[in-house]
Design a protein around this ligand. Structure first.
Ligand SMILES: Nc1ncnc2c1ncn2[C@@H]1O[C@H](COP(=O)(O)OP(=O)(O)OP(=O)(O)O)[C@@H](O)[C@H]1O
Length: 429
């Protein structure tokens, strides 16, 4: 009998309209096979899901090369800092200085200078907010003869945060790229402590000292004529504005435009230095309040004195003060106003009077910079056109003269700046 017999008996017992009976008869085809198919499909789906979740998790743990992520860029618009078309990575999760430097140094490969090429470190120039500045001698592949550089060093016992900040500044120079009116980074040593960045040595140095030296009866020094005419002031001013336009294009601003923060070459090419505030704007979207409180008040626009956000138009205000500094050969602004009273002075709608050495054309440009409302002040590009127009008829013969020599301590007092922020290279003979 067996199975065959059982089936034929079943068929005999079933009428054609009895569906349950037919289903029972074909249970293999109707129930078991589809159930097996659905089961294996579900198992396959579970495996795929598990593989997918595992992949996602491991990606979250390793987002880039060796636990790195890109440095925040200007005002958070992009998460990648791009220098010369390259991505710049900053490790976020590194916990020791050594592992941080190991991770970050490859991204600075093009800037690395072997330490043995740093031949001698000469005198200290300045002790800055992020490292000490020295004069030094260095050789490079292109310049086998030693050349002068300014060395910024992060030395001594320093923590991870200071190291990250120093490296961030190097990457900021890389991000900015080259501009003839910004001080240039020439190289760095970052594979271990102490950390160095090498900047081009701008000779004779800062513009404030240059202006003070112009007061002296000095004919030439290092081939440089310490004479300044109105036309030359426009020439320097236009180039400072080119640097500000460059920063503005990158959605940045300088934050402390002043003669002390401009370096001048012997051909009267100015270069903006003191880029630490622009670095803060680039990295954090704004200048920190700790840093803001160190900026001398007499150079600040009213909105900044009122602790409102800074912008490129604040730089334009300070540029007006810079014109005043140049035309007076480095006099402190608002000599009759104590630094802490400057806001009240400006709130009374007062501005500085026209210095006797300043033409009406130049004073009109200053007044344009010192408009109370930010929006009615020009942008650097517009201002540069004004300077170009004024420069066409400017005096190129009369040398600016101020008989009184500057006493740096007295100057610092009246200007409201710390004596440490003045360079040591000026001395009253
Ligand atoms: N490349 C350079 N060539 C010649 N002198 C320089 C150079 N860089 C800086 N100095 C001198 O050092 C002084 C301080 O420079 P700077 O303000 O750039 O340093 P800092 O205080 O470390 O600023 P920041 O933190 O904003 O980078 C300048 O006023 C100038 O006298």
């Amino acid at each position: 009998m067996g199975e065959k017999g059982r089936l034929s008996r079943l068929l005999l017992e079933c009428s054609l309209s009895d569906k349950l009976c037919v289903v029972q008869e074909k249970q293999y085809e109707v129930i078991i096979v589809p159930a097996l198919l659905v089961g294996s499909f579900l198992i396959l789906l579970a495996i795929i899901l598990w593989l997918f979740i595992r992949g996602q998790r491991s990606q979250r743990q390793h987002p880039g090369p060796r636990g790195t992520t890109s440095v925040p860029a200007s005002r958070g618009r992009s998460q990648e800092a791009v220098g010369h078309g390259e991505k710049v990575f900053v490790p976020l999760k590194e916990t020791s200085v050594e592992s941080f430097l190991r991770a970050v140094t490859p991204s600075l490969a093009k800037l690395q200078v072997p330490r043995e090429q740093l031949l001698e470190v000469l005198e200290q120039i300045h002790s800055g907010s992020c490292g000490t500045l020295y004069h030094a001698k260095m050789t490079t592949m292109e310049h086998p003869n030693p050349k002068s550089v300014v060395l910024k060093a992060l030395e001594g016992s320093v923590g991870l945060q200071e190291v990250q900040d120093f490296i961030g500044r190097i990457q900021f120079y890389q991000y900015l790229g080259k501009h003839k009116n910004l001080v240039q980074l020439e190289g760095c040593c970052t594979e271990r402590l102490p950390l160095y960045m090498m900047l081009e040595d701008v000779v004779p140095g800062d513009l404030l000292n240059f202006l003070w030296t112009c007061r002296r009866d000095v004919m030439t020094m290092d081939g440089l004529l310490y004479d300044l005419t109105e036309k030359q002031i426009y020439h320097i001013g236009k180039q400072v504005l080119l640097a500000l336009e460059f920063l503005q294009e990158k959605h940045l601003f300088h934050g402390d435009v002043a003669a002390r923060n401009i370096l001048i070459q012997s051909d009267l090419t100015p270069k903006l230095c003191h880029l630490g505030l622009a670095y803060e704007v680039h990295t954090h979207g704004a200048i920190s309040s700790a840093r803001s409180s160190t900026i001398p008040l007499k150079w600040l626009a009213p909105e900044r004195l009122l602790l409102r956000p800074a912008s490129i138009r604040g730089d334009v205000w300070s540029f007006g003060i810079l014109l005043y500094e140049m035309v007076t050969l480095g006099a402190p602004p608002y000599p009759e106003v104590p630094p802490t009273s400057i806001l009240q002075y400006l709130q009374r709608k007062k501005i500085m009077k026209r210095p006797s050495s300043c033409t009406h054309a130049m004073y009109n440009i200053m007044k344009y910079c010192w408009r109370w409302s930010e929006d009615s002040r020009p942008l650097p590009g517009e201002l540069r056109l004004r300077l170009e127009a004024a420069s066409r008829t400017a005096n190129d013969k009369a040398v600016l003269q101020v008989p009184e020599l500057v006493v740096p301590d007295l100057y610092a007092d009246v200007a409201g700046i710390s004596t440490e922020s003045l360079s040591d290279s000026y001395s009253v003979l």
